[in-house]
Write a protein that binds this ligand. Structure first.
Ligand SMILES: *Cc1c(COP(=O)(O)O)cnc(C)c1O
Length: 357
């Protein structure tokens, strides 16, 4: 079976050698040396200012909304993973969707101002498939209307925009280190904080509000990364350049092998140093997409409809329909893309798509 994605699994002895340190320390969580070492290495590797490693990539979104005390309306994208919208609703705020750009697939910044009301408190946008939003324009709008900016950068490990880490834009960025992402800790994630004054607040929020063993600074939740998760991250990190360069070669083969078909690819924003996190193709119709899925499935190949359905159709949101997002969602398919995808298998995928088109 060929899945859409597969985790990079380091050699077990390499993982064990790191785990052994947790055994020797008899220390499994609550910010042991492995979590701290992973954070230090990520700060250097990613060239970011501040990081808090967390247990997944969803809690940092919720913590950002909570810690910034956001209320009422948050402007967001309908084209993302469900966690982007559910985090807003979970924190008692109302998602206000702004449609996406049909080529970049990120929130259409030219439509944001029209959606702002006196109840708007923030913009929560996703750098979809690692493709940056128009961060300069979003920053300009946020300043003008005094809004906070949170980026769901779950797909963005290693992405740079105009020479600096994409995590350095906005008030806060979050990343997911889930097993299916480019860099992973099994389950895991992080919050990147660009507003230095807020760092402690986020930190308290991720650890029950603890300010010392017997003191509480305020309300908090448990989003701590464990030593076992950090050990996986430390075992995967040395391979990250190789992981990304393998993905790059696979993406280039897809681009040339599918270039004569009537499909479109993701348009990367100019100035982006990408991480090759996904390979979405956009068909002319949903019928063609369904046909392609059927043909690939019958050869035991399982691409995925990222992202479908469009989030404006979730049962727990009230909104007008987002036409572009709905249309793209029905026609977009992510093809298998992972570290050790074999060239022969990729050729089969390319051949099947060329034959049916
Ligand atoms: C994966 C993902 C998340 C959630 O991350 P988890 O680590 O699985 O909690 C959030 N947003 C987007 C866009 C994602 O792809």
């Amino acid at each position: 079976m060929i899945p859409v994605t597969k985790s990079f699994i380091p050699a077990i002895f390499e993982y064990e050698a790191i785990l052994k340190r947790a055994w020797n320390n008899e220390w499994l969580t609550n910010r042991g040396e492995l979590v701290k070492e992973l954070e230090d290495k990520l700060i250097k590797h990613l060239e970011v200012k501040r990081i808090i490693a967390m247990t997944n990539g969803t809690l940092p979104l919720q913590i950002a909304i909570k810690a910034l005390a956001l209320k009422d309306e948050i402007i967001t994208t309908p084209f993302s993973y469900v966690a982007t919208t559910s985090s807003i609703v979970w924190e008692g705020c109302t998602p206000v969707f702004v449609d996406i750009h049909p080529d970049y697939l990120t929130i259409d910044e030219t439509k944001i101002e029209a959606a702002i009301t006196h109840k708007t408190t923030a913009i929560l946008a996703t750098h979809v498939f690692g493709n940056p939003c128009h961060v300069e324009e979003i920053e300009r709008i946020a300043k003008k209307y005094n809004l906070k900016v949170i980026y769901d950068a779950a797909h963005c490990f290693g992405v740079k925009y105009k020479g600096k880490s994409i995590f350095n834009y906005g008030d806060v960025s979050t990343c997911s280190f889930h097993a299916t992402k480019v860099f992973h800790t099994g389950e895991g994630g992080a919050l990147f904080c660009n507003d230095e004054a807020m760092f402690d607040t986020y930190f308290y929020h991720h650890n029950f509000g603890h300010d010392g063993p017997e003191n509480f600074q305020g309300i908090g939740i448990n989003a701590k990364m464990s030593e076992l998760q950090a050990a996986m991250g430390l075992a995967v990190l040395p391979y990250i350049s190789k992981i990304i360069s393998n993905r790059k070669a696979i993406v280039e083969r897809y681009r040339s092998g599918l270039s004569s078909l009537d499909l479109s690819f993701l348009t990367l924003r100019e100035g982006t140093e990408w991480n090759y996190s996904y390979f979405p193709i956009i068909f002319k119709s949903e019928e063609r997409l369904l046909n392609a899925i059927q043909e690939l499935n019958s050869s035991n190949i399982f691409p995925r409809r990222y992202f479908y359905p469009s989030l404006d159709s979730l049962p727990y949101v009230k909104t007008t329909a987002m036409d572009i997002s709905q249309s793209i969602s029905k026609r977009v398919l992510c093809l298998p893309l992972f570290y050790d995808l074999k060239e022969e298998v990729q050729s089969d995928i390319i051949n099947i798509l060329n034959l049916i088109h």
